[in-house]
Design a protein around this ligand. Sequence first.
Ligand code: ADP
Ligand code: MG
Length: 576
Amino acid sequence: MSIKVLPPDLAAKIAAGEVVERPASVVKELVENSIDAGSSQITIEIKAGGVEQIKVIDDGHGIASEEVSIAFQRHATSKIDSQEQLDAIATLGFRGEALPSIAAVSRTVITTRQPLNPGGFRLELLWGEPVSSGSQGSPPGTAVEVLDLFGNLPARRKFLKSSSAETSRIQELVSRYALVFPGIRYQLMVDGRVSFTSPGNGVHREALLAVYGPQAATAMLEVHGEDPETGYQVDGFAGAPSLTRANRTYMTFFVNRRWVQSRMLSFAVEEAYIGLLQVKRYPLAALNISIPYEEVDVNSHPSKREVRFREENRVFSTVQRAVRAVLMADSPIPSLASPPESAYPAAVAPSFFPRSAFGGARYGGGMPDYGGGLEGGQADARLPKQPAPPLKVVGQLKLTYIVAEGPAGMFLVDQHAAHERVLFDRIYEKASEQEPQSQPLLELVSVDLSPAQGDTLKTHQEALENYGFQFEPFGDGSYLLRAVPAIFGEGDPAKALLDVLDMTAFEGLVRQKEDVTAASIACHGAIRAGKSLTEPEMVSLLEQLEATPNPHTCPHGRPTMVHFSSNHMEREFGRR
Ligand code: ADP
Ligand code: MG
């Protein structure tokens, strides 16, 4: 075939494909336009997963009648007009591609009115070509209606998922925007029914409640961190370690309040939870990173989903440290008290959880100020460090749990998890002081390793030695074991090594971290469920647990104790 320039409508369809991948991308672009227009209320209506209809209505500053058709030309934008502005973009949009792209693959109807104008204007386009326009009475703001999406691109439509799957993407998207712009009231209507609303009162915790529900929202910790050198700030929420999910989709990141997807940022958060979460469990987080506009390139992806940082490592460590600091300061004990019932109850904040420090970032009229809202100068809402409560032993239950009484009720402590935590901290501390606590074996023990175990041993040799193992190769997959970690006490040293190798290999697939080795050594050394403990043993275990910095979770992230609050018990017994 000879080389030809594509006809404009075909070129437009191809270009549209980059921006408009699916219904959720249309919603994203339209909502971002509404946010850029300084709206305080955004309503989204979808039908049949967005294919039949998507309508986004806002109360923002609208578009001048004579400029409406320009907005549908490619690269038409009111948001930047120079290279300098492109280098430091403060609005969510800037490419001037969304409206023309959406219009190219749908029937689009826009109605808009600037608040100070008496009348509005309406423009309808079909597959990118204007079909009618003229003045029309309308409320201030803009409504964009997108019908029959991909009606002229049957191939693209075939690639869409079921309408319920497309709907759930849209729900997820809207809720993420509600989290980072709590000053905007969102309403999502799905097939004529209200599916999601956010209060829009600027209180982050209430947005959180609307998105995650009361149980998760109360177990989220407030994060505020700043790197004093770069001034990068991290604000938002991270789940307590007891609150986990089976995948990473519950981590949401914004950079200067632009929703981005970033493996780097997920890793930074996961890193903060090391030693606190079980294998293959992931934390919840909703974090905004504020960084000077010129240090982030938002123009690296057509749908602006990915961003590039000038100082990626600094961003990573700022996020990791901010989250870690909060987790260390407070790992709340899971409580069996029932979650608050009503939607926005005052009781949402238990004592360890001060009400949002984010305060009223509102966006009503004018150009929004993306940079300022989240910081708010109230960083002193840091939570006080919460030591483990002093516990009095009552007895042992099922040879597995220690029943104890504390200041605020009853505690059930898992003896294995508690001992694991104690041992993990001890091994970890000794290892970081380069003082492995070894227990030499009276007789060398030879251990045969499978090729996989041999690989794990070589990969983690330094960590294993640092934690107290001593061994040397003995030819053909065999090793001679000279010493084991002191905490192992008696027991079969060869089996101990094999167990630790297997656990390290299994968990190491997920996180190549030496902590995993320490956790598996602790697990192996810890007393088991089913072992009868004397009262002095229980007292001593609880004392040791209380002395650790993270008494409430074992190194795999399981809780070490469950709390039955006095209030809860009194309610259960009808005493109040
Ligand atoms: P971009 O957002 O990158 O500028 P778009 O194609 O999304 O490009 O929009 C083009 C222009 O139309 C915007 O720059 C803005 O001036 C105007 N516009 C679009 N949507 C709205 C809206 N909801 N309210 C006010 N103005 C809007
Ligand atoms: Mg836009």
